[in-house]
Ligand binder design. Structure first.
Ligand code: COA
Length: 431
């Protein structure tokens, strides 16, 4: 049978394809903006026919109807990174959270720690050899498809064709064709605080960059216009990178691994970003157990990672994924890159964050983390902390020096309170 005939033989409608899912199955869903939203919509419409189907998802950018109130009997959400559409469900007990480094997720599927019954993914249409490109999400999605007994693919001509992650039609169980716009992430609103943080971070940037999600990474990019030959090795990137690429600032020329290539594992942005990567041989979309593996990251001698946190204590322990016991996100790639950058010859890691939260009412720099907060980046790992008030270099510093450096970059309204704690904790010495 030719690849074309094989493809045709696997084509069915979503209803038929989703009948392949059984009660009790563990179903892994394609990640972030590559989520096969149409398949998920039909799955939730058919909820009555399932009992106790576990839906494993990382950043859910769609409706996440499977964890809406009323779905408890049919679906149980297992979140690998709580996001806007799943936060409430996890907080209210309709979902669970599994702590895990992003780089290790493929291994969980592969080694039986989290066996996969079915994968629901979205790809571009097949090429002449029967390969379907995973487009904007290779990360864990590729391994989920490789490990699953049943692979249901939403084939969408609007998915860009990227290089690095494909699944062959012979490894697919069912094809559901559905032409629809991909999920997008609009550029964040960047205010004065983010701009000041971006300016502070820009001075620390060397040749190669990893950037997290949100307003701060985007603000950093705005201050890099006068740099030359920057490179990207990052689990994800967004529209801000396209602008710098078009301006000739990012060339990837100096990268030690994959020279000339933008290396990423997933992408979230607007159609402009998706058009930029479509068929672009300079973009390598690779599995997250490669991109985020600290042993690979460390090969980029001059890598600088930029991520964020919700709270940091005076020892430099950063809580980036929970507010007290409430899980608001996940570790994602933060520690993967903090560790990789630390091992690189000339690497740096930055945790950049506004000095306050809740419209200025709460300091993010605190004497102790909130009770129950998960330490995401440990005090042994942290390197630079950056706010709109400056830069605190923590690595190599004593507890006393760290506390002083962090107080210097706290919001002025909270510095006196923090100094009082400092004096009690470190009696006898003020500097
Ligand atoms: N105390 C109480 N609440 C706080 C807080 C604090 N110290 N800091 C933040 N919050 C609240 C905010 O008010 C906000 O609540 P809301 O959604 O109800 O408005 C929520 O927590 C999220 O904070 P916000 O500052 O809007 O988040 P962000 O979009 O800038 O993301 C992180 C910041 C830290 C959550 C995010 O960077 C993250 O998840 N990091 C860990 C993973 C990571 O770095 N991965 C690598 C890149 S993928």
């Amino acid at each position: 049978m030719s690849f074309k005939e094989l493809y045709q033989s696997k084509k069915m409608d979503a209803d038929q394809a989703l009948n392949l899912i059984r009660s009790g199955d563990r179903v892994v869903v394609g990640h972030a903006c590559a989520e096969p939203s149409y398949l998920l919509d039909v799955l939730t419409e058919k909820a009555e026919q399932y009992e106790n189907v576990e839906i494993v998802h990382m950043v859910a950018m769609g409706k996440a109807g499977y964890c809406a109130p009323g779905m408890e009997k049919h679906f149980r959400h297992n979140s690998l990174f709580v996001g806007g559409s799943t936060r409430k469900a996890v907080a209210e007990g309709r979902g669970d959270f599994t702590p895990c480094f992003f780089s290790e997720i493929p291994k969980l599927f592969k080694n039986g720690s989290l066996p996969v019954d079915a994968a629901l993914i979205q790809t571009a249409p097949p090429d002449e050899n029967g390969n379907l490109s995973l487009g904007i999400s290779v990360d864990y999605t590729l391994q989920a498809a490789k490990s699953a007994k049943t692979v249901i693919v939403q084939v969408n001509p609007q998915m860009p064709v990227t290089f690095g992650g494909t699944i062959h039609i012979s490894d697919v169980t069912a094809v559901v064709e559905h032409d629809a716009p991909l999920l997008t992430l609009e550029p964040p609103v960047i205010g004065d605080v983010e701009l000041a943080i971006g300016a502070n971070c820009a001075g620390l940037i060397r040749d190669t960059l990893q950037l997290g999600i949100g307003a701060i990474p985007d603000a950093v990019l705005r201050f890099l216009g006068d740099k030359k030959d920057l490179g990207i090795h990052s689990e994800m990137f967004s529209d801000g990178v396209v602008e710098l690429a078009e301006a000739g600032v990012i060339t990837n020329r100096l990268k030690k691994t994959n020279p000339g290539k933008y290396v990423a594992s997933f992408l979230m942005g607007t159609r402009k970003l998706y058009d930029f990567v479509d068929g672009n041989p300079d973009v390598a979309m690779l599995p997250v157990d490669y991109v985020n593996n600290p042993v690979e990251v460390m090969k980029e001698d001059n890598i600088v990672s930029v991520n964020s946190c919700v709270q940091i204590d005076l020892m430099g322990q950063a809580a980036s994924e929970s507010v007290g016991l409430t899980q608001i996100s996940g570790v994602g790639g933060q520690v993967d890159f903090v560790r990789g950058a630390a091992m690189a010859a000339n690497g740096r890691s930055i945790l950049a964050f506004p000095s306050t939260a809740a419209k200025g009412k709460i300091s993010k720099i605190v004497p102790l983390l909130d009770e129950g907060a998960a330490v995401t980046t440990s005090r042994n790992d942290i390197d630079y902390a950056v706010t709109e008030y400056g830069i605190a270099k923590l690595k190599g510093r004593t507890l006393r020096q760290r506390a002083l450096a962090l107080i210097e970059i706290a919001h002025p309204d909270f510095r006196d309170g923090l100094r009082k704690v400092f004096e009690e904790r470190f009696p006898g010495r003020r500097s």
